[in-house]
Design a protein around this ligand. Structure first.
Ligand SMILES: [Zn+2]
Length: 398
């Protein structure tokens, strides 16, 4: 007995010293990279920050699929497509993109009814994309199989996703999506205006933009007591640089019903971004982020914008500190006789003729001028992130 007691005391003191050590280490621990998605209601009272980056439409045209094929391995791989933009995506705590293709398996297809290789999702994840929105006009391109295989594939790759569901039961379990990170709790909702006339097969669900459903979902989101509610919309008129009445009215509807952030995509071109503060309440809308990657080459369809929203939490209250955009442009170099795709952080390469060559630089400059002219004239409190080549850091324009 005495021996057991001695061992117990020894173990107890050993545990205590371990606990002490752990406590000491604890103060230097940085937040993990894991995105916990749950309905847990933990809240922190210390001063913390969070950055969320939204990325526009990830398209999958036939030329992109061909370009992703690696002759050496006989496999598809999009890593090099995102290698220049990956450092920008990775520095955000959470990066969210619109996956505008299905992962329906072989045969792979480009426009008009997309099915991309699974490698696209793998490379997006490798590039730092944490979450994919799947409700868009191409969700049903490969019908039921496409919708369900996309969900299964993203699940198997451990990429959280929202917007489309196999059935009502799965939607109920996982919607609105709750994101927990750095002590923040964010609700994410995702809807599309239509599915290109293809009806959804029962019991599958594609979240459609309609007031009744959105009001109900926003109510459910509010009940989970998040710090912020974000609605990611797939909407608007293609190739229009100004939001239309539909976008403006649904933006207002979301705001009136509890969302403080609305992000849009689909027009294939960019549209204005507005951040307003009233007392302690902030409201942000980015009407369209444009194409993130596509084979649409007519300017300004050949570029897009990512918006980074920076949050701060103090005393349990979270606020939007500021938001800025990164311009992106799709560069198509000829490498060993084959056309490749490279998404570039524009500000980092805008003067780099040695890297781009004269023709590509000219094309990128056309996009740059249109994008900056629009955002300079129409954005409210959302400046550009500019790359400082000396410090090799991104700084928000003053
Ligand atoms: Zn679309």
């Amino acid at each position: 007995m005495r021996q057991i007691l001695a061992i117990s005391i020894f173990l107890l003191s050993y545990n205590l010293s371990l606990a002490q050590e752990t406590l000491e280490i604890d103060t230097t621990i940085v937040p993990t990279d894991t995105i916990a998605i749950s309905t847990d209601t933990t809240s922190l009272t210390k001063d913390t920050t969070l950055s969320i980056l939204f990325i526009g439409d990830v398209m999958g045209h036939g030329t992109q699929i061909n370009a992703a094929f690696d002759d050496n391995t006989g496999k598809y791989n999009y890593d090099s497509c995102f290698k220049y933009i990956s450092p920008v995506i990775s520095q955000a705590d959470i990066a969210i993109a619109n996956l505008e293709v299905t992962l329906a398996g072989w045969p792979y297809k480009g426009y008009p009814q997309f099915s991309s290789p699974d490698a696209l999702a793998i490379s997006l994840k490798n590039a730092g994309v944490d979450i994919l929105a799947t409700a868009n006009n191409h969700s049903l391109d490969r019908r039921k199989k496409g919708l369900e295989r996309t969900i299964d594939m993203l699940d198997s790759l451990a990429i959280p996703h929202t917007g489309t569901f196999k059935n009502a039961e799965e939607r109920k379990k996982a919607y609105p999506m709750m994101i927990e990170k750095n002590g923040f709790k964010i609700a994410l909702l995702n809807y599309t205006y239509a599915t290109n006339g293809i009806p959804v097969s029962k019991p599958n669900i594609v979240n459609m933009i309609n007031k009744e459903a959105i009001a109900k979902d926003l109510k459910a989101a509010k009940a989970k007591d998040p710090d912020h509610i974000i609605v990611f919309m797939h909407w608007g008129a293609e190739y229009q640089l100004k939001p239309n009445k539909y976008e403006i009215s649904f933006n207002q509807f979301c705001k009136d019903n509890g969302a403080d952030i609305v992000i849009g995509a689909h027009p294939h071109v960019i549209q204005k971004m507005e951040l307003t503060h009233q007392n302690t309440y902030s409201s942000l809308t980015a009407y369209s982020l444009g194409n993130f990657v596509s084979n649409q080459r007519t300017s300004p369809r050949d570029g897009g914008a990512m918006i980074q929203i920076n949050f701060k939490k103090f005393g349990g209250e979270s606020t939007i500190v500021d938001a800025g955009y990164y311009l992106t442009w799709v560069y198509k170099p000829l490498i060993k006789g084959a056309r490749k795709f490279r998404v570039l952080p524009l500000s980092q390469y805008e003067d780099d003729e040695a890297f781009l060559g004269e023709t590509a630089l000219k094309k990128m400059t056309v996009y740059k001028k249109i994008a900056r002219k629009l955002f300079d004239a129409e954005n409210i409190n959302v400046p550009e992130y500019i790359y400082d080549s000396e410090s090799k850091a991104w700084e928000m324009e003053k």
